[in-house]
Design a binder for this molecule. Sequence first.
Ligand code: XMP
Length: 509
Amino acid sequence: MNLEKVIIIDFGGQYSQLIARRVREANIYSEILPYTLPIEEIITKNPSAIIFSGGPSSVYEEDAPKIDTKIFQLNIPILGICYGAQLIAKLLGGNVKKSDIREYGKVRINIKNSSIFENLPDRFNVWMSHTDFVNILPPDFINTSFTDACPNSSFENIEKKIYAVQFHPEVYHTEYGFEIIKNFLYKIAKLSGNWSIDSYLQQQIKSIKEEVKDEKVICALSGGVDSTVAANLVAKAIGKNLICLFVDHGLLRKGEKEEVEKNFSNREDLNFFVVDAKNEFLKKLKGVSDPEKKRKIIGKIFIETFTKEAKKYKGINYLVQGTIYPDIVESGTNTSASIKSHHNVGGLPKKLNFKLIEPLKYLFKDEVRILGKKLGLSDESVNRQPFPGPGLAIRVIGEITETRLNILKETDFILRDEIKKANLEGKIWQYFTVLTGIKTVGVMGDNRTYNELLAIRAVESVDGMTADWYKIPYEVLEKISNRIVNEVSGINRVVYDITSKPPSTIEWE
Ligand code: XMP
């Protein structure tokens, strides 16, 4: 059976990944491609249907993203969303106009008879975000809905199988949004829905087996969700020929190395080894305060350490990486300014001279978690909160010393403990403490103290790209603060970070 595939053409919209996720939730495999890709390459992907994403541009801007009109002659069903809808109108002979009213947020829509709205009520709320609108439809297209401010909130050409919606069916705020996407996929494109995480898993295992055969494979296992799931998947495919190396850079949370060791050292199929490189990292970080310098040093030593260790295992040609789909999409289409040099422990450079095995590279984070469960991993290991490659180094503001690191580890441990006791573990996306480098005056017993200020950071997020500060209940904060100042010497004041991202970032450095 041919794998059905939906291609999402990305015109720079903030919801492109969400469209891809929705399609997969409908059991159809999806990929996101930039609009700049030549049409010939899109054709080689053999798409069963195509969706044009939204985007921030106006179709009349000089550099507005476009697409080759040959795409409309392929006889492949197309759905245009927001900018994608306006582009269809413009390219096929309709007209797009700037409106005086910007429609943003929930808008009531009135629908007409159309397969895309099959089995839906006559009126419901959709999520809009536009200023331009289609005022004249292209020839041979018919209107299928309208709102107060938008006469053509959807339109279609049934014969050519081209459909367009001005609103965003992919966002949760659109009532019946998922039904609309499913109507497009099942009723219009006549897809059967033959993709699932199980089929993905089986197909990955098969292809890794076929490629690697009896060769040995090495993996940098950090204990994070992605590298853990990737290692377990590869182990399933090739048995004992996998060697997993865990590099201890000394910048881990309290108990983390022991926990990773406990989870993996008894797994014969993983051939798990710890590489102790603590001293090397701390030596090179001595006297360094600049965040970017810290990140670069850690990235460099990590690669050097891993390369040196890997060389001990002769004749290895393959390296497993836990790259996931957002990593690929973001590096393929991201043109934004560099804020921080992210160092991903799973993200080793290609020049290591290994052939890469990246079994998760087409999966979103939540799919990776589901896959991890299917591979028999515990809830704890698949739901771990994200932890940055440079570890605690970017949470000790200023110079990193062993004493300051230990203070941070103890405070982080208390925070995690209290969050767990308050049953908030699964609710907060990420939470940690930051040693700020600021000294303040306090009083303990009858004595003056002059110690460091500690900050608590806790955020809600979906993907780490944007985040809101989490409202930890006061009584829990109170307990955390009391325990920290009482149990950790060196801290006499605790503050709570109440900024979102943007304008802040999640980590302080
Ligand atoms: P920022 O601080 O940029 O962080 O808002 C966003 C998310 O990324 C994590 N982070 C990293 N992850 N290597 C990683 O693998 C890094 O160098 C790195 N820096 C930040 C951060 O913890 C948050 O989840």
